[in-house]
Design a protein around this ligand. Structure first.
Ligand code: ADP
Length: 328
């Protein structure tokens, strides 16, 4: 049920949240019925709802028809012979050298490489936070590498969602307040902001946590707020920079399950990670070294974060049950 913004319809169209103490029901990520696990795994039953309504930008918004030409054959990211050289005093640092890469709609790419290999520089360029020294960057069919700072900021706000390792949430604002903010900058009406904000929070399984401040949320829930915030303007591309870097392994699976579910619904994701264990959930891996792409290959059988997370939850619940029995 998308409106022309590509964002979730109002609450009436979204099933009501099934709530409990923590986590997200992995079985709900593809809208299967919630598993009520007698071992106690049903503790985790926040529902990722109505994933069919996630923002999809395969088709341009009508008002952008003259400027944004997105089709399945147009790459979302098309960088051509991109180079970035930093100059510090007399030293020239070639952070990126002649990078060419295309990312199509619906791809989930893990950007890998050791420290200093150029990943952040690349992501800054792709995220329109910086301009290349040489080369071209076409974002969703539009040449953006030579735009002014103001134009870049506008493109960034409307076309790109960012998720960071450290969540970067406003501590004094509620989950909803955090999610509404990018729409204020985008000039969205108050009513529409509220509607979209609540929609994306439900989408990431936080329908019952909208009024909670970050300090009242778990790490996984905070990252889900950040993902909701990144989605709220209907971006063509989600850029995630070490999104699980601050999370334990179980919560990392939770977040990867959310990202995989969104990707399965068509969201294009570029994710920096140095962890092979996280990169195996992507569909493609691109590795950098010394400012060059040294590997670019599909992941033939990506792991299912949802399945692995479910197993972990059930195992933890079963262990918990055994412990309780022993205590008696
Ligand atoms: P990674 O994210 O893979 O760790 P970076 O893109 O941060 O790599 O860095 C690539 C190279 O560019 C490194 O040698 C780094 O020191 C240099 N570099 C990154 N940002 C800057 C900057 N703002 N000024 C100067 N040099 C930089």
């Amino acid at each position: 049920m998308n409106d022309d913004s590509g964002l979730p319809e109002d609450s009436d169209q979204v099933p009501s949240s099934q709530t409990s103490s923590s986590g997200t029901d992995p079985d709900s990520l593809d809208q299967q019925p919630t598993v009520t696990d007698q071992t106690g795994a049903n503790q985790s039953s926040h529902v990722i709802q109505d994933l069919a309504t996630i923002p999809q930008r395969a088709v341009a918004r009508p008002e952008e028809a003259n400027t944004i030409l997105i089709s399945t054959s147009t790459p979302i990211v098309d960088v051509r012979n991109l180079a970035k050289t930093y100059i510090i005093g007399r030293t020239r640092i070639r952070a990126l050298q002649d990078i060419s890469l295309k990312v199509y709609q619906g791809e989930f790419v893990a950007v890998m490489g050791p420290s200093g290999s150029g990943k952040s520089t690349f992501m800054n360029l792709v995220g329109c936070l910086d301009r290349p020294t040489q080369g071209e960057y076409w974002l969703a069919g539009k040449l953006v590498s030579s735009l002014s700072n103001d134009e870049l900021a506008d493109i960034r706000n409307r076309q790109i969602g960012f998720v960071f390792q450290g969540f970067h949430l406003l501590s004094r604002s509620s989950a909803l307040g955090n999610v509404l903010l990018p729409m204020v900058y985008a000039g969205v009406s108050r009513e529409e902001r509220e509607r979209r904000g609540r929609g994306v929070l439900r989408l990431v399984g936080l329908g019952d946590r909208m009024d909670h401040k970050p300090s009242e949320l778990s790490g996984g829930q905070q990252q889900r707020v950040a993902i909701a915030r990144a989605l709220v303007n209907g971006p063509a591309l989600l850029l995630a920079d070490e999104p699980t870097g601050n999370l334990d392994s179980r919560t990392s699976l939770e977040i990867m399950a959310v990202l995989q579910a969104l990707n399965e619904q068509g969201l294009t994701i570029l994710m920096v990670t140095h962890e092979p264990d996280i990169a195996r959930f992507a569909r493609r891996q691109v590795a950098f070294r010394d400012g060059l792409i040294v590997r670019d290959e599909p992941v033939l059988t990506p792991g299912s974060a949802k399945e692995e997370w479910t197993k972990l939850l059930k195992k933890a619940a079963a262990e918990h049950k055994v412990q309780v029995t022993e205590e008696r």
